[in-house]
Design a protein. Structure first.
Length: 119
């Protein structure tokens, strides 16, 4: 996987709760999605997602950070003190996702997909 989860910050804080990711290799975010689910045991997670965030197409570079806020906002980017870029995204939800320690984020890399035909 070309992106890794660093951590969830400010769990339960409606304005500041966010998922912090790091880009390990140059890639396009269109191939990544995040789900919100729960731990069912210390080593297992539920296969039923509560919420899903699929990134839109955006090229990112190794060393960049992706910050996904659960609140509403406008996507943006800025240079950081490591001379890489912070990319800010917003899930557009009205309440936080990860207030309880049993809630977790799962990052998926999807290299291929198909959709049903529109009828």
């Amino acid at each position: 996987m070309k992106i890794e989860i660093i951590k969830i910050l400010d769990r339960g804080d409606k304005e500041n709760e966010r998922l912090w990711l790091k880009v390990l290799e140059d890639c396009d975010l269109i191939y990544y999605l995040v789900i919100d689910t729960i731990y069912t045991s210390p080593t297992s997670i539920s296969s039923i997602p509560k919420h899903t965030f699929w990134f839109k197409s955006k090229k990112v570079k190794a060393g960049d950070y992706i910050i996904l806020y659960t609140r509403k906002g406008t996507p943006s980017e800025s240079k950081n003190n490591q001379d890489t870029t912070n990319h800010f995204f917003f899930w557009e939800l009205d309440k936080p996702l990860w207030g309880d320690k049993e809630n977790c984020a799962v990052l998926y890399e999807i290299n291929s997909w198909k959709t049903s035909l529109k009828e």
